[in-house]
Write a protein that binds this ligand. Sequence first.
Ligand code: 6PG
Length: 259
Amino acid sequence: MESTKRIDAPRLFFAADAEELAKRAASRVVEIAQRAIAARSRFVLALAGGSTPELLYRMLVERYRDVLDWRRVEVFFGDERLVALDDPRSNFAMAQRTLLRHVAIPESRVHAVPVTLPPEQAAAQYEQSMLATVPPVVAGGPPAFDLILLGIGSDGHVASLFPGAPTLDAVRQYVAAAAPGVLPPPVDRITVTLPVVNAAGAVIVLVAGESKSEVVARALQRSEDPHMLPICGVRPIDGDYEWFLDQAAAKRLSTNTEK
Ligand code: 6PG
């Protein structure tokens, strides 16, 4: 019997387009950050990769560079491709380009993945650095981020947790090596596992574009096995669980009303 409640159904926030989505999500990220900084003088965040978050990161710079106390922000990556950190496919490179080099986060508080190591070693070392920096809610448990940002693949993957991957069953492993998924780029990756996602104080999923409308409709029915649709394995324990969608991604939903 679980002693804590699981959040199965996310709160949905709709935006007219990707720009509006980025604005609304940026406002929410800063609200969560300021709450964490007020409570614990620090905001520990796991960034999402891919393309959807780019607009959000740019919006955080444009609107909040001088508002948020970025010196209090600690950044990890929810997943990373094992390519050079200046490779255009790197999630670190994307975050650097759109956010990190434009705000006053101390370099020591930006935790890049050790991408030059073999996948298993990179995952183990990153897990150690995460455990050393991000306290768990319960001793021995997963690192508890204040916020984990996620995108979603059209196959329902989140971070680099792909359908059918053994990493979907991880319990005590918090960062794992991930073989290339079917979606590009076909490179080795490392990824946080579901216990880390579900231990976060807040999980925000960013979804934009019609190509995601089918997976959005499937995922929100919440009737599929997480092994087939990994987004269904996101069930935060006590955390806030929110999706920010543009109209194109939400087009197959009946309850697509502006919030
Ligand atoms: C990655 C991401 C991945 C991404 C989805 C959606 O490293 O690729 O972490 O999980 O969020 O694939 O990607 P888009 O935002 O590009 O559609």
